[in-house]
Write a protein that binds this ligand. Structure first.
Ligand SMILES: *[C@@H]1O[C@H](CO)[C@@H](O)[C@H](O)[C@H]1NC(C)=O
Ligand SMILES: *[C@@H]1O[C@H](CO)[C@@H](O)[C@H](O)[C@H]1NC(C)=O
Ligand SMILES: *[C@@H]1O[C@H](CO)[C@@H](O)[C@H](O)[C@H]1NC(C)=O
Ligand SMILES: *[C@@H]1O[C@H](CO)[C@@H](O)[C@H](O)[C@H]1NC(C)=O
Ligand SMILES: *[C@@H]1O[C@H](CO)[C@@H](O)[C@H](O)[C@H]1NC(C)=O
Ligand SMILES: *[C@@H]1O[C@H](CO)[C@@H](O)[C@H](O)[C@H]1NC(C)=O
Ligand SMILES: *[C@@H]1O[C@H](CO)[C@@H](O)[C@H](O)[C@H]1NC(C)=O
Length: 778
């Protein structure tokens, strides 16, 4: 799933496609796409790797011809493996071949302004701080795995951008309406991957819909994420006049390499995605930005293509940034949880879109919308969903404007008031229902959030239950209740921010709770960025000038490229930092307070103080991240020990990494992985972990430990003073936790900060006390 918040239409379309396929294709063809993953490649020559793949496949299929017919991709640059059309029994045969780590069925993932950069204090004027030190990311290359790009967008002009870095080895792959000339010094690479998708869904037919068999973006999502990360300056950008101003990417001098893996009907095939990772690793990108994933239950790390692809990328020094998912505010919903990935949660910024509603009695109330169309300044009849239900529909469903619950005869030409219910929480669903019944407006009463749904055809005003109830009271007292909408205004600096938005997926990781996830929060609510004018959401407007070149979108998909851009900036200043050093710098300098120095809040029902399961280390502070003082660094071996501690098969690990049977040589626990956080999901009595920090600040520095112990736990740090000098760059310390509870605990949170008077190197502590089993039995 691209991790923009799913629109129902696309999800439904996907469902139809799934349903049809299972019905039609499976009975006819017994073959389907399997990914054969063979780990780290053993030959440096891609040709030899390719021959090995063909040999294995020929042995199983009987001939070289059959092998060549069935193969979709050879993965041979970043790692070794292939994707091919196989029957279940052929797949099982291959799984037993020496050198094969895992055979996994292809899998469909889905897709889950620019005020945000000023808000993060990365301002072009005065040109200072990280932006100036990094020359706006000049020299860094960001790989975006998404729906492609709209190359003519003003955001991708290359005026003033220098030559393509000579180390770049990628290509500009041609295709439908995408020429070699579509690439430039900003978009330096473009590739597209459709074989896995075709094999799953049948040949992509671009005639019945808008889609391009090329890197050209028909959806908008990839254009949005690309321009958020590295878009050039565009003066006077806006979404229908809203959020008007200078639009720009965070690393506006960085280059983009586009890998189109997701297609307009919804969905991205894992075989295609893995091919994109394989290419990106050898093309020479510095950062890979992945705003997509699959929903829980999470697969094991050796069966998840995002985890596998990113493992090999990170091993080669490429930082991989992924969205955390949009399934919040419930716990355990975070995805893309491998410890080598930076997993990004979504936060709000200080911009809001107040929209006034005037009732017939002249009372004016305020909600939020993104609407500047023609249904303003005039009174319309207003009806309550429950009162205009289709016969044979529960009043409950109509009250929340659930799908097809309204009677079009009664709704046509009127504004509908709906209340969010336990079963129907989505303003998007209510919008579709009202539009289908030809209503002219929607007032949707719901829990409080700053996430606003854009609408171009009819005003959709989101209000809290108090305002909703107020409208209802007026309607009950009046024979012919009416309302009038005012156009939406853009307000900056009028709401407390940042907050973690309700939809942002929450930790702990359901796969490995000892690795804290998400890692960090970045803006992902009401973000303005470039859009594809070919997208259907650009063309369903009926009164605005088309096409739509900029759009406001929300999702962890939008937060992810914010962090990718910041990594590109950091890379320009610290080219030698490892991906874990990048991640450590971001996490240990993140902020846990809002602009009024109060503890940050997380939206939900109700709002609460944010904790590490909402935002990991906190909200990103890019300027501080460039000078973290100390870093928690790691290399591939650390990740290998981690996989060992999870009980992964020794032989699988050695193939994945070319380190041979080393699991026996370590007694490290999962909790000992040198991540910039400590998470102990099961604390019985006491537990000790160790960490190592590397000094990247002034050579002679003395740091003192400051602990905020999680409630119910005593914490000791040894040693509590760390002295670095020209020979001592790295120091190890231990942190021991002692339970003070005699009952089963909840997760509780604290922090450990190393301070030298200049830097505060803070990591979150997450502990859950569990009962001593012996005592439970008694
Ligand atoms: C492709 O190239 C041709 C000729 O070089 C040009 O006329 C055409 O406009 C190009 N198309 C795109 C989409 O760039
Ligand atoms: C593609 O779709 C169009 C319209 O939906 C249809 O007329 C055409 O036959 C399809 N082509 C193929 C090759 O399926
Ligand atoms: C910005 O765009 C709006 C229309 O979107 C236009 O009215 C206005 O004149 C433009 N301002 C500048 C400075 O270009
Ligand atoms: C609402 O205000 C307008 C002018 O401000 C006035 O003419 C009208 O009578 C008022 N209506 C009610 C119901 O108070
Ligand atoms: C819709 O309402 C009209 C008018 O009350 C009624 O005649 C019709 O049967 C209703 N249709 C449905 C599907 O409920
Ligand atoms: C580990 O790998 C070996 C060889 O591939 C295999 O025989 C064994 O079943 C695997 N064990 C587990 C637990 O997966
Ligand atoms: C650095 O500190 C270590 C341990 O305190 C000490 O042994 C060493 O001599 C110091 N090196 C320098 C160059 O001061």
């Amino acid at each position: 799933m691209l991790v923009r918040k799913q629109t129902m239409g696309r999800a439904f379309l996907m469902f139809l496609i799934f349903a049809q396929l299972q019905f039609i294709i499976l009975p006819i063809y017994a073959s389907s796409v399997y990914i054969v993953y063979m780990g780290e490649r053993h030959q440096n020559d891609p040709k030899l790797t390719l021959e090995l793949h063909h040999e294995i496949l020929s042995a199983v299929l009987g001939s070289k011809e059959a092998a060549l017919d069935s193969i979709l991709y050879n993965y041979k640059h970043g790692f070794s493996g292939f994707a091919a059309l196989l029957t279940h029994s052929q797949a099982n045969l291959i799984a037993d071949f020496p050198g094969v780590v895992r055979v996994m069925p292809n899998h469909i993932l889905s897709l889950h302004t620019t005020r945000s950069w000023d808000f993060l204090q990365l301002k072009p004027e005065p040109f200072s701080g990280l932006l100036s030190k990094s020359r706006s990311g000049d020299g860094s290359i960001i790989g975006i795995m998404d729906t492609g790009i709209w190359p003519e967008s003003e955001s991708f002009k290359d005026d003033g951008v220098g030559e393509v870095p000579s180390r770049w080895k990628g290509i500009c792959q041609e295709g439908e309406e995408f020429n070699y000339s579509s690439c430039n010094r900003k978009i330096i690479g473009a590739r597209w991957y459709v074989k896995g998708y075709d094999a799953e869904f049948g040949k992509l037919n671009t005639s019945g819909m808008v889609e391009f068999l090329s890197s050209r973006d028909a959806v908008g999502h990839g254009t949005h994420t690309s321009s958020t990360a590295a878009g050039a300056f565009v003066e006077n950008a806006s979404f229908m006049g809203l959020a008007q101003g200078l639009a720009r990417g965070g690393a506006h001098s960085a280059r983009l390499a586009v890998y189109k893996v997701c297609w307009g009907t919804g969905g991205c095939s894992s075989a295609d995605l893995l091919a994109a990772f394989d290419d990106a690793i050898s093309d020479g990108v510095d950062v890979i930005s992945v705003s997509l994933g699959s929903s829980p239950p999470l697969s094991a790390y050796v069966e998840d293509v995002v985890a596998i692809g990113s493992f090999h990328a990170v091993a080669k020094g490429i930082t991989v940034v992924c969205s955390a998912g949009n399934s919040g505010p419930y716990s355990h919903t975070v995805i893309n949880t491998a410890p080598w990935i930076i997993t990004v949660a979504a936060s709000t910024i200080d911009r809001s879109f107040p929209t006034a509603i005037t009732l017939g009695n002249n009372q004016t109330l305020v909600g939020q919308a993104l609407y500047t169309g023609k249904h303003v300044g005039k009174f319309y009849r207003i009806v309550y969903g429950e009162d205009v239900a289709s016969s044979n529909i529960d009043d409950d469903r109509a009250g929340s404007c659930d799908s097809r619950s309204l009677n079009a005869t009664l709704v046509r030409g009127k504004v509908v008031l709906c209340f969010q219910s336990r079963l129907q929480r989505s303003v998007m669903v209510a919008m579709k229902t009202v539009m289908k019944a030809r209503g002219v407006g929607l007032i949707f009463a719901q829990f409080v959030t700053k996430d606003v749904t854009p609408s171009s055809r009819i005003p959709i005003v989101q209000v809290d239950f108090e305002v909703g109830t107020c409208v209802m009271t007026y309607m009950e007292k009046t024979r012919n209740p009416v309302v009038m909408f005012s156009p939406t205004k853009t307000a900056v600096g009028t709401v407390i921010s940042p907050e973690v938005v309700f939809f942002s997926s929450r930790g702990p990781s359901s796969l490995s709770p000892s690795v804290l996830k998400p890692d960090i929060a970045a803006p992902g609510v009401n973000i303005l960025a470039s859009w594809s004018p070919a997208s259907s959401s650009s063309t369903d407007t009926d009164h605005h000038q088309l096409p739509l070149n900029f759009k406001i979108e929300s999702g962890t998909s939008m937060s992810c490229p914010h962090i990718s851009a910041i990594v590109a900036l950091l890379k320009s200043i610290h080219p030698s930092w490892s991906p874990s050093a990048m991640k450590s710098a971001l996490i240990t300098t993140a902020s846990v307070i809002d602009e009024y120095s109060q503890s940050m809040v997380a939206e939900g029902a109700p709002h609460k103080q944010a904790d590490p399961f909402d935002y990991g280390g906190g909200h990103v502070d890019p300027n501080k991240a460039s000078d973290p003082g100390l870093i928690y660094d790691m290399d591939v071996l650390d990740y290998v020990y981690f996989l060992c501690s999870l009980g992964y098969n020794n032989s699988a690990i050695s193939l994945m990494t070319r380190h041979h049977t080393i699991c026996s040589k370590t007694s490290r626990t999962q909790e000992d992985l040198n991540v910039p956080s400590i998470s102990i999901p099961e604390l019985r009595k006491s537990f000790m972990v160790s960490r190592t920090v590397t000094n990247v600040g002034p050579v002679s520095s003395v740091y003192t430990a400051h602990v905020e112990a999680p409630p119910g736990v005593r914490v000791f740090v040894k040693p509590s003073i760390l002295s670095f000098n020209s020979t001592v760059k790295k120091l190890q310390f231990t942190v021991s936790f002692h339970s003070r509870l005699r009952v089963q605990g909840r997760y509780s949170f604290g922090s450990l900060s190393w301070e030298d008077g200049v830097h505060i190197v803070r990591i979150p502590l997450v502990v859950r006390v569990v009962m001593d089993e012996f005592r439970v039995e008694r």
